[in-house]
Unconditional design. Structure first.
Length: 566
């Protein structure tokens, strides 16, 4: 089984936080040492802030970085007793080459697909906080493997958290297509007040339970179509094709199209021709997302000149914008021409946004963001969940039993109260996310100087919270190496007690910037698993697959599941 190795907590790598001045104040040498350390620390802070600034300022803010004033934290004992930023352990950058070479093919020791392993190796080697500095064109990365410190960072992030994600998308929105986005960047890759304003305009309709309820039936229909297509794809051994991940991708695209564009895109139709719109959407979605890791984690030369990869990326993004505009214009037309008195039931998400904002552009940009982040995340999560189900027959049986009890007639339409009672199914999903977190980590660009794990960390540094590692640490999760969905259940539903740090496994992030699509993601996954496992048995009878990062963390290889009717 592909389980990450059991990790040991590195207490030895922890700095002595309270190395107080009084301890060394006895001698002159000690005083000058302390002074020297402070000077080093001030220089390091200034250097790191300067390095970080280029990336940390959001183009949509249109503001200059605030003039430097001495931050209040500098006067506290916590700051003064902390070790300097430079003392944080981590791989040492080489002169001129920095650390970027470590991610390069052949000469580097790390490959992009191994990002999850790198994160784990860094923890094993350096301890609970690791500084990865000297990366070309980007600020230092600070990996934090301490769930209490992660909690502290999240809880003190203020009203406009800064998630340093997708600089390529930032450049696309703020430079390449400034003509279209202007001041309305959306939520992904946008920060500060512009992010807060956009998010507060769309958050309510997106997360409202009434909106989610409205999509249960349409998404169930799409899922039924998907399962019918799967049946048609089975070979003589009842096995799904080698590129089954592609089919999952089409299902998620069809779902997000229904939610964000109010349309059936037609991605699940048989025999799509290469020039058909659905196939073009499928190709563009795949290309845009799969190349982001390469664009952003390897040396980002595209920031300085348009590389072929960048040019293709821009073309794809333009295609997406065009598709969103087309569907949103037709939704607006529908709303204009439809007799309002004939409208009944809950309006769709798009209708809610168009009616409340009276601005088609807001709806278009919202749809674009939902589509861009809502396809790969969910399809890779589903690949991972299905693989774990297929390779854990006993666990699969438990979910099936639960479904048989709740849906004695397999054709019973799903309802929200029924989904609410699928405790085992939901616990299974959570356990997959804990052990194989699809999004391997989250991050924040620090907006204030902070003390983290006993070190002075300057603002502008990118803190990385590697949930794939912390979710598997014995320190935070009892019997972490064992796959046990029951740990997520309440005792009345068969739950087993044990330690589960609330900040060790956060698949959807946390706080004001938490995943905007999480309710749709949960709904889509629950519908798919309920329909699939009530009616079919899933098996995987091939050599085990490794997990790798292709933007998301998922099994790396053909998902040749055997799918047989029960
Ligand atoms: C299982 C699937 C998914 C996972 C694991 C996931 C995970 C995440 C994570 C970790 C974040 C960052 C949160 C933070 O910074 O605290 C995020 C942000 C976001 N997600 Fe998801 N996501 C999933 C599915 C979706 C779907 C289906 C949609 C769209 C319908 C979506 C839309 C978004 C958006 C728009 C943001 C940016 C929010 C903001 O910055 O304000 N996600 N997601």
């Amino acid at each position: 089984m592909n389980q990450l190795p059991k990790r040991v907590w590195h207490a030895t790598a922890t700095p002595v936080i309270r190395r107080t001045a009084s301890k060394i104040a006895g001698s002159k040498a000690a005083s000058s040492q302390l002074l020297q350390r402070r000077e080093n620390s001030a220089t390091a802070t200034a250097e790191a802030t300067a390095a970080a600034t280029a990336d940390a300022v959001c183009p949509h803010l249109g503001l200059e970085q605030e003039a430097a004033a001495t931050p209040r934290i500098h006067a506290t004992a916590e700051w003064q007793n902390a070790l300097s930023y430079q003392e944080i352990p981590g791989p040492k950058p080489l002169p001129i080459l920095g650390n970027t070479w470590r991610l390069m093919p052949i000469i580097g020791q790390y490959t992009i697909s191994d990002v999850a392993k790198i994160s784990s190796l860094l923890h094993d080697r350096y301890g609970r906080i690791v500084r990865f500095s000297g990366l070309i064109g980007r600020p230092d990365l600070l990996f934090i493997y301490d769930a209490d410190e992660i909690e502290k960072c999240y809880r003190s992030e203020g009203p406009t958290p800064f998630r340093p994600s997708m600089p390529s998308l930032v450049k696309y929105k703020s430079v390449v297509r400034k003509d279209f986005f202007g001041e309305l960047g959306g939520v992904v890759g946008v920060h500060g007040e512009p992010w807060r304003q956009f998010r507060s305009r769309v958050q309510k309709p997106v997360l409202q339970l009434s909106t989610i309820r409205r999509y249960l039936q349409p998404l169930e229909v799409i899922t039924e179509d998907f399962l019918e297509r799967c049946e048609r794809l089975l070979d003589a051994n009842e096995e799904l094709p080698l590129d089954f991940d592609n089919e999952i991708h089409k299902w998620s695209l069809e779902c997000i199209g229904r939610v964000a564009l109010d349309a059936r895109l037609g991605c699940l139709e048989d025999n799509l021709t290469p020039d058909s719109e659905p196939q073009q959407i499928i190709d563009a979605a795949k290309y845009a997302l799969r190349n982001v890791a390469t664009l952003e984690l390897k040396a980002p030369y595209w920031r300085y000149f348009p590389t072929p990869l960048w040019t293709r990326y821009v073309k794809n993004m333009n295609f997406f914008v065009g598709v969103c505009m087309k569907y949103i214009q037709s939704a607006t037309e529908r709303l204009k021409t439809q007799d309002a008195s004939l409208r009944n039931g809950e309006p769709s998400l798009l209708e809610k946004v168009i009616m409340s904002e009276k601005d088609e552009k807001i709806a278009t940009i919202m749809a674009l963001d939902l589509i861009l982040v809502g396809i790969d995340t969910i399809s890779m999560a589903v690949c991972s969940i299905l693989y774990q189900l297929a390779t854990r027959p006993a666990e699969q049986q438990k979910v099936h039993e639960e479904l048989k009890r709740l849906l004695p007639d397999a054709n019973t339409p799903l309802t929200i109260p029924l989904l609410d009672q699928m405790h085992h199914l939901k616990a299974f999903i959570k356990e997959v996310f804990r052990m194989y977190s699809t999004v391997i980590g989250n991050g924040r660009t620090l907006q204030e100087d902070s003390v983290i794990c006993g070190y002075q960390v300057p603002k502008g540094v990118q803190a990385v919270f590697p949930t794939i590692v912390t979710g598997n640490m014995e320190e935070y999760v009892t019997d972490a190496a064992t796959f046990r969905p029951e740990r997520w259940l309440k005792p009345q539903h068969g739950g087993t007690p044990g330690k589960l740090h609330p900040f060790a496994s956060l698949p959807y992030g946390y706080g004001a910037r938490m995943c905007l699509g999480r309710r749709f993601a949960d709904l889509e996954m629950q519908i798919l698993l309920a329909k699939l496992l009530r009616n079919y048995k899933l098996e995987y009878n091939h050599p085990p697959l490794d997990y790798a990062v292709t933007f998301m963390y998922a099994p790396d290889g053909p998902l040749r599941f055997k799918m047989s009717r029960i």
